[in-house]
Design a protein around this ligand. Structure first.
Ligand code: DGY
Length: 348
């Protein structure tokens, strides 16, 4: 689909995007916008190179695409000067490869913070309270009446929530668990999050003033400490060389036997084969997964684990957020093409 065909700058969008403001941003900046209608869910490099063609000023691309030297080289050769990922995560982008050919990279933080944290929360409680198992049970016609022992799960009120990666999304999730569920907080992050610590302390004072149990917050020196202390651990770190397979068999074994592990970050942060083995060996252990190591595939056996709740990478999937991500990506590209820095760029 082509919009504003007479625009002087050619921008390629590799997948249709929701909302319409993003298109207004680009057309107002004088761009002819070409949105690919290719039916493949994930576009190969050769298809993306064909979309780029001989002249292309900028691209909005997807997290499923491999934006490294090959594609940035093709974009540069076509006169490209701007790239934005339609995602906050940028593990699919080799930023130095873009920098090497002088193409600035943008991403889309902020608009998906609360949305992603809400989905992590949904996975937390769906896993802890066995919502999906119960749903299948009902649909399978197995319900014969209320029983004291039917689908007994875990109460998370007043328990310990653990966060690995206390950035924007981790902080939003932690606040939801602390304020909504009165959880104590332990977290691991290379940097102290003084805002979050103060937030828990202030909230704790409020609870105490009302005669309720005060809450604690602690930044742990190691991930291992978080895993040992927490009843629910939610992963919110970037995927990089330090976090790939952070949750391996050894670290999983440190978690409480009835703990909940949530991953709405990136699949390879968890050794998924080790997780499948852990779920099978520990039926009371639960996982809530939005992302997978070999997305879109799942490791053998995961789909057979009733103690895992699995959804297809939908943490940012609300219309408001997805339209906002599109607008941010368009602003990134438009700003760069007009000679300004991208509105949002990866912290590298
Ligand atoms: C991201 O933005 O990185 C999410 O994975 C998709 O919104």
């Amino acid at each position: 689909e082509v919009h504003n065909p007479n625009g002087a700058l050619r921008v390629v969008v590799t997948k249709a995007l929701p909302g319409d403001r993003w298109l207004k941003v680009l057309t107002a900046a004088g761009c002819r916008v070409e949105v690919s209608a290719d039916p493949d869910t994930i576009l190969s490099n050769s298809k993306i190179k064909a979309l780029i063609g001989d002249k292309c000023d900028g691209v909005i691309g997807q997290l499923t695409e491999d934006w490294s030297a090959e594609l940035f080289g093709a974009l540069k050769a076509a006169g490209g000067r701007a790239y934005s990922n339609y995602a906050v995560g940028y593990n699919n982008v080799i930023v130095p490869d873009a920098t090497q050919v002088g193409i600035p990279v943008g991403n889309t933080p902020g608009v998906l913070t609360e949305t992603t944290a809400e989905l992590a929360l949904a996975l937390t409680f769906a896993a802890a309270r066995r919502v999906v198992e119960g749903d299948s049970f009902m649909r399978g016609g197995h319900y014969k009446g209320w029983l004291p022992t039917l689908f007994v799960g875990n109460l998370l009120q007043n328990k310990v929530v653990g966060i690995v990666g206390a950035g924007r999304i981790g902080t939003a999730y932690a606040r939801m668990m602390v304020e909504g569920h009165k959880c104590d907080l332990v977290y691991y992050d290379p940097y102290p999050n003084t805002f979050l610590e103060q937030y828990v302390k202030d909230y704790s004072k409020l609870l105490e003033s009302k005669g309720e149990r005060p809450l604690s917050v602690r930044r742990c020196e190691t991930v291992e400490e978080v895993l040992q202390l927490a009843d629910v651990v939610s992963l919110h770190c970037n995927l990089d060389d330090n976090t790939r397979h952070l949750m391996n068999a050894q670290r999983l074994s440190l978690m409480k036997p009835d703990a909940v592990l949530v991953n709405a970050a990136r699949g390879p942060v968890v050794d998924e084969a080790a997780l499948v083995a852990h779920l099978k060996a520990n039926p009371s252990f639960r996982a809530g997964l939005d992302v997978f190591e070999d997305e879109p595939a799942m490791k053998p056996g995961l789909a057979d684990c009733p103690n895992a709740v699995i959804v297809p990478h939908i943490a940012s999937a609300t219309l408001w957020t997805r339209a906002g991500m599109a607008t941010l990506a368009a602003c990134n590209v438009a700003a760069t093409l007009q000679g300004y820095p991208a509105w949002n760029k990866p912290d590298v």
